[in-house]
Ligand binder design. Structure first.
Ligand code: HEM
Length: 179
């Protein structure tokens, strides 16, 4: 039986699943391209990495706004997976909120950095590559990125533990086949 567009009390709907996995893939690309740029002093490598980073970040901005509106106005997330202890459900909820907060912090600090430095003109025009290291939002972006890596590991690690060890429906219900 096919998924419905909206979620049920025990299963995510097609739109929620699509938004989740597209955002996840793009965020992994942002972490990869971001650290590639952040850890090199070679301007050509930095430029190439950020030519991927900025457009993908704009896609994540659009998807994040879409997600927030989708869950706020049009759909309701399923309840906790059957049999999950309340403390685990609480940690999961706070991890999800933390992931949203980290994404918003990274988007805001990234956009601030770009606006202040004129970075897009260097990446997609002919301006010289600006100095980014001393910009105030750069520090928040670096800290936010490391918090994000920790939260992603907690989020993905807990899901894999549920899927392979406890063998419950945590992963299946946000996948494209019915739990
Ligand atoms: C979910 C959104 C984002 C994620 C996960 C992300 C991730 C990262 C990571 C991991 C780094 C490396 C940090 C470090 O080495 O300390 C980085 C650097 C950077 N990001 Fe982002 N980023 C996001 C959004 C944005 C946005 C919206 C922009 C600009 C419009 C942006 C522009 C930059 C720039 C300019 C750097 C600095 C590179 C350097 O110092 O060489 N990022 N980002």
């Amino acid at each position: 039986m096919a998924h419905s567009t909206k979620s049920t009390t025990s299963q995510f709907g097609k739109i929620g699943i699509g938004l989740h996995w597209i955002s996840a893939l793009l965020i992994v690309i942002l972490l990869g391209s971001g650290f590639r740029a952040g850890f090199t002093t070679d301007t050509d490598v930095k430029t190439a990495a950020l030519q991927v980073h900025l457009p993908v970040a704009i896609l994540v901005l659009i998807l994040t706004v879409t997600r927030l509106i989708w869950w706020w106005r049009f759909d309701t997330k399923p309840g906790p997976v059957a049999g999950i202890p309340p403390w685990q459900d609480r940690i999961a909820r706070w991890t999800h909120r933390g992931l949203y907060a980290a994404v918003i912090l990274l988007l805001a600090s990234g956009i601030a950095m770009s606006v202040i430095s004129g970075l897009p003109d260097a990446l997609f025009g002919s301006a010289a590559f600006p100095e980014l290291a001393e910009l105030p939002p750069r520090a928040g972006h670096g800290i936010g990125a490391r918090v994000m890596v920790g939260l992603v590991m907690l989020h993905a690690g807990a899901t894999l533990y549920h899927h392979f060890y406890l063998k419950d429906k945590t992963l299946k219900r946000i996948w494209f086949q019915k739990a």
